[in-house]
Design a protein around this ligand. Structure first.
Ligand SMILES: [Ca+2]
Ligand SMILES: [Ca+2]
Ligand SMILES: [Ca+2]
Length: 165
């Protein structure tokens, strides 16, 4: 995740990097669907910074180095309720037509904007779509959250949500 958010590829993630990620996704979404409001995606990335990056900025220079990120995450035990709320806002931001399901098209837009290769995205999607009906339902997503954020298995299916590590 860190590498995908490091826009300048300088080994540092700043709030601006996350803003750029958010607006890239929102722009791509808007090109495809007018139903979406870009604020949702920007809102998610803002919250992501506040919860996962800003607290990791140990020397308070406004940028998070990989080392800071890893150090922080070694000791960080996520608050389940806050995480669910954060990830719920990502689900809503990806679900363009608001039907409570993430379709392949909706998912692909999100990962394409983060420059994740299509074949990796496809593999990830098929892992997340537990019942194979071509949609990631809220319940499937909840299972992902449980295994990715609260489980100890590094091979957990949820690692696929981001398409890579
Ligand atoms: Ca720093
Ligand atoms: Ca949908
Ligand atoms: Ca499904």
């Amino acid at each position: 995740m860190f590498y995908r958010h490091d826009i300048g590829k300088d080994g540092l993630v700043s709030f601006q990097d996350l803003e750029i990620c958010g607006s890239r996704v929102a722009q791509l979404q808007q090109r495809v669907s007018q139903a979406n409001t870009p604020e949702k995606m920007l809102f998610f990335f803002k919250k992501l910074w506040n919860r996962h990056y800003q607290p990791a900025d140990l020397d308070s220079d406004g940028r998070v180095a990989l080392e800071e990120y890893l150090t922080y995450n070694d000791f960080f035990w996520p608050d389940r309720k806050l995480e669910l709320e954060l990830m719920g806002s990502l689900f809503d931001a990806i679900d363009l037509n608001g039907d409570g399901q993430i379709s392949w098209e909706e998912y692909a837009i999100y990962l394409r904007a983060l420059e994740i290769e299509e074949n990796i995205a496809q593999h990830a999607f098929s892992k997340l779509d537990l019942d194979g009906d071509g949609q990631i339902a809220r319940q499937e997503y909840a299972k992902y959250l449980y295994e990715y954020h609260f489980g100890n298995d590094p091979e957990a299916i949820g690692n696929w949500f981001y398409g890579s590590y």
